[in-house]
Design a protein around this ligand. Structure first.
Ligand code: ASP
Length: 362
């Protein structure tokens, strides 16, 4: 029985980093004098996601079918993102994502197509399970890059997208629990005279406190060497109504350069926006850094900014990247979960563990 629930043996599934640039070492490069881009010879086609659960693995399996039959990176990333978006059990992306402070699920997503140097995004989109596909239509069917809120919803409606309440029973319960526990100074929760003054939660909804970061990045390079990417999310849980994170901001939550590679971010979007992190990572790769090194460079850049101001603040970003040669990388702040991605190339479906670089605490 596999321990990751995927049918894969754990040892087969995980490919560990052995340090800086490990993503590059894992696959090797085609010697330049052989020329050309030979399918499979150096890890192309390739698709990765920052999701490492079973849904992430299924997303890679389905998206791989497109790449394996000669399809485009753009179609593959859309397929992969949609698989994760429609999963009601995933509380960080699409349907079932945790809502804002008013109990409304507001989704952000972006897409970028390296081949055409085109991009599209939607932000604060309600009622549509697949925001990545709406972002793709913004990219392909308009001369705009970004649509927000009601405008994005009207746009989706015009293309026949079905509307749904994106709150599931599970995500509603999590929100109600958060609302009841939010503070003592409001009136949500049991009547005052029945409250437990010993600090226990008696009378409140049972269950853990939940606060979520969570997003998925899907990046691919196809057999022609064309590169595409998507970042899609329900954003920070309990966010202020109308808050937009990094995911729909091109250059922050996602960036693709067809000559170089692609990068995506998850974690506290405010940091990612200020640092233009995905663009920075791709530019580092343009300067010759491996995807792994470039992801680590971006973490270091953000940490250094905050260290100069507040040593107590712990940033929470996770960065993922691929390059045109089919190399990949991932880096994340220590103590914020594993630095893993799921990827699929001709070697099969695997997980790669990058590096956790910084412990930033007081
Ligand atoms: N980056 C997302 C946001 O800030 C959240 C996340 O990735 O956890 O909306």
């Amino acid at each position: 029985m596999s321990s990751n629930g995927s049918g894969l043996d754990r040892r087969e599934f995980f490919r560990h980093s052995v340090g800086m640039g490990a993503g590059a070492l894992a696959l090797g490069r085609l010697p330049a004098d052989l020329g050309g881009r030979v399918r499979g010879a150096h890890g192309v086609p390739l698709i990765i996601t920052s999701h490492t659960n079973e849904t992430g693995q299924n997303a890679m399996r389905e998206a791989w079918e497109i790449l394996d039959s000669g399809g485009s990176a753009l179609d593959a990333v859309e397929k992969g993102a949609n698989v994760i978006e429609v999963d009601p059990e995933d509380s960080s992306v699409g349907y079932g994502g945790l809502p804002n402070e008013d109990g409304v699920v507001q989704l952000d997503a972006s897409i970028m197509d390296g081949r055409t140097y085109n991009a599209g995004s939607v932000a604060s989109l309600e009622n549509i399970k697949t925001p990545a596909s709406v972002a793709r239509l913004v990219m392909e069917r308009t001369d705009h890059v970004m649509l927000v809120g009601k405008g994005a919803l009207d746009f989706a409606r015009s293309f026949g997208f079905e509307e749904n309440n994106l709150l599931t029973a599970k995500s509603r319960e999590a929100w109600l629990r958060w609302r009841e526990r939010r503070g003592e100074s409001d009136d949500w929760g049991p009547p005052d005279h029945l409250r437990d003054r010993g600090g226990n939660q008696t009378g409140f909804l049972d269950g853990p406190d939940e606060f979520h970061y969570g997003t998925t990045n899907v990046l691919a390079v196809d057999e022609n060497g064309d590169i595409a990417g998507i970042t899609t999310t329900s954003g920070l849980s309990w966010k202020i109504n109308g808050r937009i994170g990094d995911s729909p901001v091109i250059g922050a939550g996602l960036y693709v350069d067809n000559e170089v590679g692609a990068a995506g971010a998850t974690g506290r979007g405010e940091d990612v926006i200020k640092s233009c992190a995905s663009y920075y990572i791709v530019m580092r790769m343009r300067d010759g850094r491996s995807p792994q090194q470039a992801c680590e460079d971006a973490l270091e850049m953000i940490v250094n900014k905050y260290r100069a101001i507040s040593n107590d603040f712990i940033p929470s970003e996770k960065f993922v990247a691929i390059n045109k040669d089919g190399e990949y990388g991932c880096a994340r702040m220590r103590g914020r979960g594993a630095a893993r991605i799921t990827f699929r190339n001709e070697d099969g479906l695997e997980a790669y563990e990058g590096t956790q670089r910084y412990q930033v605490s007081g």
